[in-house]
Write a protein that binds this ligand. Structure first.
Ligand SMILES: Cc1ncc(COP(=O)(O)O)c(C=O)c1O
Length: 348
């Protein structure tokens, strides 16, 4: 009963096979000048229905931190949800690479709103050298509470960003799950809604370690190749990542894997709810957040279930999380089985 994270899962056989094949072939040029990297970059343009500039790397934190750094001057302000991975769980990497200030905002279900951003921007003292200057907004889709920004919600934030002259970054560590959940195309969820740069994560959805920074305006990516190298994230054997992306996109594998994870989460949440277990946030992708008593959580763990306590009860809808209870996070992956889900529900 492995529900701690989708990165506890191994990697899909198609991905492993592709990597083994890539490393069994004759030598190829290093540092991303190999044919597989060119094919992976072309695939990203195909998937997003426009010419993009894409940069492959191996960690989501690096993708977020380097993206934010590229969009934001050192005197800039970056607005994001206080609970967003970028602000809460990257040990200051975005601040380290950018030198900028990350400004935490609120919002239920870990979602920020155009209104919240507008208030923060209005209170910034533009033109005052004593104040950081509004520069970038970062949103996560799916969010850290498993909730979904619909394309319309992204577009509303995108419109505000345009009006205020801000760049819009999306952390897409679970982008595939968001695409399956929304039914939107990758283009509708990103550049058509005003997203400038996407951190696209494959690692949590069946890859071994594969992330991409995707610029929807290639001109905006100028010099990013230096930033990636200076940050220590240009792999010499880039086919390690490009082979994974090639396999991930082949025959829609990325959407099949995410579809399975989302379906398992829907099964888990539906069956828990039917047993009267309250969920902190609706299940919109591959994450389920039941409110469990401390005793129930301990009993489930003793029975072999792995999951994290998620905290953030203040982000949960009313009524408040009762004392002696906490919000648990259960994440389903491409590898989660229906038997595992049913065993957890039975134990719960
Ligand atoms: C929403 C989100 N963004 C980014 C990351 C960072 O990914 P990585 O662990 O590969 O640095 C994570 C990892 O848990 C995440 O959940």
């Amino acid at each position: 009963m492995f529900f701690a994270s989708d990165n506890w899962a191994g990697a899909a056989p198609e991905i492993v096979t592709a990597v083994v094949r890539a490393f069994s072939e004759p030598p190829v040029p290093s540092y991303g000048r190999d044919p597989s990297t060119a094919r992976a970059e072309a695939l990203l343009s195909h998937v997003f229905e426009r010419e993009v500039a894409a940069f492959l790397l191996t960690s989501g934190t690096a993708a977020n931190a380097l993206s934010v750094a590229h969009l934001t001057p050192p005197w800039g302000a970056v607005y994001g949800h206080a609970f967003a991975h970028t602000l809460s769980s990257e040990c200051g990497a975005p601040e380290f690479y950018s030198g900028a200030k990350l400004v935490p905002l609120g919002g239920p279900g870990a979602k920020i709103t155009p209104g919240g951003i507008a208030v923060a921007v209005a209170s910034a003292r533009r033109g005052d050298p004593h104040s950081v200057q509004p520069a970038t907004v970062t949103i996560t889709n799916l969010t850290e509470c498993g909730t979904l920004y619909t394309p319309a919600e992204v577009a509303a934030i995108g419109a505000l960003c345009r009006a205020e002259g801000l760049a819009l970054h999306m952390d897409g560590a679970r982008f595939a799950n968001a695409i399956v959940a929304s039914g939107a195309t990758p283009a509708e969820m990103t550049w058509k809604a005003g997203v400038d740069v996407l951190s696209l994560g494959a690692t949590k959805n069946g890859a071994m370690a594969a992330e991409a920074v995707v610029f929807f305006d290639p001109a905006r990516a100028a010099d990013f190749l230096y930033r990636r190298m200076r940050g220590g994230h240009l792999l010499s054997k880039m086919r390690l990542v490009s082979a994974q992306f090639e396999a991930w996109f082949d025959d829609g594998l990325w959407l099949k894997l995410a579809g399975h994870a989302n379906a398992m989460a829907a099964r888990l949440s539906g069956r828990l709810a039917a047993k009267g277990v309250r969920l902190a946030w609706p299940t919109q992708g591959n994450e389920v957040f039941p409110i469990l008593s401390v005793e129930a959580a301990a009993r489930l763990r003793a029975g072999g279930a792995a999951f994290h306590d998620w905290g953030a009860p203040d982000l949960a809808p009313e009524p408040p999380v009762p004392s002696g209870h906490s919000v648990a996070r259960l994440v389903c992956s491409y590898a989660t089985t229906a038997e595992e889900v049913d065993a957890f529900v039975k134990a719960a």
